[in-house]
Design a binder for this molecule. Sequence first.
Ligand code: SF4
Length: 363
Amino acid sequence: MTPSTGTVQQQTNAAKWWHRLDDGRIQCDLCPRNCRLRDGQRGFCFVRLREDDHMVLDTYGRSSGFCLDPIEKKPLAHFHPGTPVLSFGTAGCNLGCKYCQNWEISTSRQFDTLAAEAGPDVIAEAAENWGARSVAFTYNDPVIFAEYAIDVARACRARRIEPVAVTAGYISDDARAEFFAPMAAANVDLKGFTDDFYRRVTGGRLATVLDTLTYLVHETEVWTEITTLVIPGHNDSDEELARMCAWITRELGPDVPLHFSAFHPDNRMLDVAPTPPSTLRRARQIGTDAGLHFVYTGNVHDRDADTTWCPGCGAALIVRDWYQIIDYRLTSDGCCPDCGLSIPGRFDREPGDFGRHRIPINI
Ligand code: SF4
């Protein structure tokens, strides 16, 4: 737990998911860290703190910036392909991944780098005005700003814009259902498949993430895809990848898309080489051998591994190259035109044509 800096008066908002302890501390129940705070202390995530006798979230309504991205960049391959998503995040994180690829944001203690007020209606209206099909909570984990994410998601729903959570899924049983209720889609980071890796490299626990995935796939309508950042020497053994893929196939089913993404040295893991393309190809083969129907790679150029192939007849259905759709052959109701198999996902009658670019915007 971190003492409050107390130097800047932030916009605050009453937080949920906490209770008082007999010893006078307050326990946050939002994530499994269960931070226990005395007055003025902040939790591990830094953005939730105790003020007087209550918990507050002091990044409510504040953003680290907005961009229009292709939805493929989240990554979501089966969710309104080709459409733009309005992406934003805040500051802080409830995990401490040594290799964090967004560490400037996730470890930020500088609230003055956050934008001025960006309330839920403002964001939803901006998404509509910019032609975004969806809004993604990304860059840092939306679990820690759950109250804000939920309010933004509801405002988006009111305008028929689909909220997307890009998350590590490290959330308590108490908060999970409420957090995901307004979401239309989620990409969940499955960071490895041993508890030792989770403890050592992320500071979290594997079981909670598996619970989140099981909940999303079996108890909600949230369209769910999984991303694993493959880190040489840490989570890339054949045995670990095979166990992970077998678990997904067995417990979630073969239709949940899995993205193996390339690591590059960052944050506190600068001594590990970038993931070779051959490792991603090996991981993808392991996923396919385990029975998964849709295994992709990310952060590398590999058109075969970016393409959605029909599990029924093997036809190329959505050919992509680096987030851009090159060829789209799904029927208007999301089926293979050759064998008629229905492809799982959320597909529009026609794909979007946003392309691969990224547009920073002010709202
Ligand atoms: S959400 Fe933040 S304050 Fe709450 S338990 Fe997790 S790390 Fe601690």
